[in-house]
Write a protein that binds this ligand. Structure first.
Ligand code: OSB
Ligand code: MG
Length: 370
């Protein structure tokens, strides 16, 4: 199979409410949607890059540049028998995992549609349902976070994650534990601490957290290994894991005991399966992260987390928590029991609402195979 056309769109979707982390406060989601076509069938991949480089170095602008000038021409040159061939074909480009992932995910989705099977089947997963967890952002004060946590527990989520930063950590967790002594709870620092300030995190050891996510620098493994030796709570890495190789290194030096997999952070589904396999072989649990995706990326995450190593609830929540109007029909919903049904239709399995995509598109560009 040769690709005939690749189209990119920049999409702008207002969030229902601002989402605040230790590194940014987001009010609008701006992302690149990649669509690839072959023989009249089209597949789609949602990019996780943001307008700014505050989570990881890529931005929507670098994604468009690297796709246009490198990744798309390299992919047009391929005769694709299976989507797993795309990752090695793009390996000459160093980094730019988010750009690679959006293109590679679109190829997987295209092939699933061509074969008339749900994405999970092609990925090696299973049908049924997945367990939903939720990520709660920083708010004006601890009481506001506790109120949000209460609403999410009430909605049935199987695990709650809250964002922390220095000064908004111990008191916040204590307040949540006072109301919810037993709810599966974890925290995410998004690299807001250093070894020097990590003493504050030892104060969290008494709260039975399931894990502390990415406390130290986005590109670090060694300091995380040092910190893990002094913490009882498992460390989970997010930003620092960008490939199966970095996962192997992290486990080798015991930098973490859990791994968050985001397809867009590890260069695509093949990279995600690789990280999953490295962790599974060592008995290290993984879960699927999120980047406030629209339904398109959200459903891709649902399919991925049907692989057997995803033994913990992830950050895939209902689209209606984040967006007034999703780009897919039906939207992603969470049952009162805290589960999401895995779609059985071809590809991501829900219909894309093109008039809505059209209205949210701020820029588009397309290339045809030369
Ligand atoms: O670190 O997991 C993160 C959102 C944006 C950037 C980074 C992260 C997040 C989330 C949100 O935690 C997860 C979601 O609801 O999609
Ligand atoms: Mg995170």
């Amino acid at each position: 199979m040769r690709l005939d056309q690749v189209e990119v769109r920049q999409i702008r979707l207002p969030l229902k409410a601002p989402f605040e982390t230790s590194f940014a406060r987001t009010t609008t989601k701006e992302f690149v949607l990649v669509s690839v076509s072959a023989d009249g069938v089209t597949g789609h991949g949602e990019c996780i890059a943001d307008a700014d480089p505050f989570y990881l170095p890529e931005t929507n602008a670098t994604v468009l540049h690297v796709l246009r000038d490198f990744l798309v021409p390299m992919t047009f040159a391929l005769d694709i028998a299976h989507p797993r061939q795309v990752r090695p074909a793009l390996a000459r480009v160093r980094g730019h995992e988010m750009a690679k992932a959006a293109l590679e995910m679109a190829v997987w989705e295209l092939v699933a549609r061509r074969e008339g099977v749900p994405l999970y089947r092609l990925l090696g997963g299973r049908g049924g349902e997945v367990e939903a967890g939720v990520s709660v952002g920083l708010k004006a004060d601890d009481a506001a976070v506790v109120a949000h946590v209460a609403a999410e527990v009430e909605a049935g989520y199987r695990r709650i994650k809250v964002k922390i930063k220095p000064g908004r950590d111990r008191g916040l967790v204590a307040a949540i534990r006072q109301s919810f002594p037993r709810v599966p709870l974890m925290v995410d620092a998004n690299s807001a601490y250093t070894l020097a300030t990590a003493e504050r995190l030892r104060a969290l050891d008494g709260f039975s957290l399931t894990m502390i996510e990415q406390p130290l620098a986005w590109d670090d493994l060694v300091d995380h290994a040092t910190l893990q030796r002094h913490l009882r709570t498992p460390i989970c890495l997010d930003e620092s894991i960008v490939s199966p190789e970095s996962a192997r290194r992290a486990l080798e030096i015991k930098a973490c005991r859990v791994v968050n997999i985001k397809v867009g952070r590890v260069g695509g589904f093949t990279g995600a399966i690789g990280v999953h396999d490295v962790c599974r072989a060592q008995g290290v649990p993984v879960w699927c992260g999120g980047m406030l995706e629209s339904g398109i990326g959200r459903l891709a995450n649902v399919h991925l987390q049907t692989l057997p190593g995803f033994t913990l609830p992830g950050d895939t929540s209902a689209s209606g928590r984040v967006y007034e109007e999703d780009l897919v029909d039906p939207p992603v919903v969470v049952s009162p029991e805290g589960t999401i049904g895995v779609p059985e239709g071809p590809g991501i399995g829900h219909e894309i609402l093109w008039p809505r995509v059209e209205r949210a598109t701020t820029y588009r560009e397309a290339w045809r195979r030369p």
